[in-house]
Design a protein around this ligand. Structure first.
Ligand code: KMH
Ligand code: ZN
Length: 274
């Protein structure tokens, strides 16, 4: 089986310090949390940024500052979010692409998101896909519901995405596709041959989905964006603690962890010049 790529989604847009004080807000806090997640085994950092008070933002300067601070400490693959927070305009969302990174997320459909709607019209999706393409960045398709896989295939046909594609199955968002082994198997079987996939189980599903992916040959995303508990009732002290638990599960099943060079090879990214 191929080595396991661990992604850490370090802060997201929704979770706050009120729910878990370890949620990083400032560029310095995010960079430090990303560094310790990297040290624990995360080869990829899925990056959102915040204003200092925790308000989600897609401000290009804050992205750039955070990326620079991360790169001063370590050199993971950095994937910026183009999802941002619900309600942001497409122009606002695309500002993250100015941060100087190699990868960016791209959600290929609309989904209910708790009481909100994460709105991605076809026009929005194509605008973001084109912006990612123009920057020669690699997109990761964020799949919150099954039809988003089919829409990604349609974008390949339109020339807005290049195969092989990287997929992220985000399962268990209230309003989206549920986090079950059956749904994960269905999605993994539905993507075009040669694609890579990762699963992010939301909330209490983080480690059950991780275990399934580890056994199935997929990859795993953990992090405070998706889940604030390391075990039932026990708040995670850090993003690194969540990565450490995923590493421990992988170790139990003898699945080796990809370092950044391995992850670059698996994802088809050029090696970083040394
Ligand atoms: N915050 C969610 C509404 C992404 O990063 O691309 C969207 C999200 C997806 O987190
Ligand atoms: Zn995200």
């Amino acid at each position: 089986m191929e080595k396991l790529i661990l992604t850490c989604a370090v802060t997201g847009a929704e979770v706050t310090k009120k729910e878990n004080p370890a949620v990083p807000y400032t560029p310095e806090e995010i960079a430090e949390s990303a560094f310790f997640a990297f040290c624990a085994g995360a080869a990829v950092i899925h990056l959102h940024v915040r204003q200092d008070d925790g308000t989600p933002t897609q401000d290009a300067r804050i992205f750039k500052r955070t990326v620079d601070l991360i790169r001063k400490k370590c050199d993971p693959i950095i994937m910026v979010s183009t999802g941002g927070a619900v309600g942001m305009s497409v122009e606002e969302r695309c500002q993250s692409l100015e941060g100087g990174t190699e990868m960016a997320s791209l959600t290929t459909g609309t989904v209910n998101f708790g009481r909100d709607v994460f709105f991605n019209s076809q026009t929005t999706i194509e605008m973001i896909a084109k912006s990612i393409q123009d920057k020669k960045m690699k997109p990761e398709i964020e799949v919150f519901d099954a039809g988003m896989v089919d829409n990604a295939a349609a974008l390949v046909k339109k020339g807005l995405l290049t195969a092989p594609t990287a997929f992220q199955f985000v399962l268990g968002v209230p309003g989206g596709l549920g986090a079950s082994a059956r749904n994960l198997t269905y999605l993994a079987d539905s993507i075009p041959p040669g694609s890579t996939w990762t699963v992010a189980g939301v909330g209490r599903h983080q480690f059950t989905m991780a275990a399934h992916a580890i056994l199935m040959g997929g990859n795993v995303r953990v992090g405070l964006e998706d889940n604030i508990y390391v075990r039932k009732g026990q708040l995670a002290k850090s993003n690194a603690e969540l990565v450490e638990r995923a590493v421990a599960i992988a170790k139990e099943f003898e699945r080796p962890i990809a370092d950044v060079a391995d992850a670059r090879r698996i994802l088809g990214l050029a090696p970083r010049p040394s």
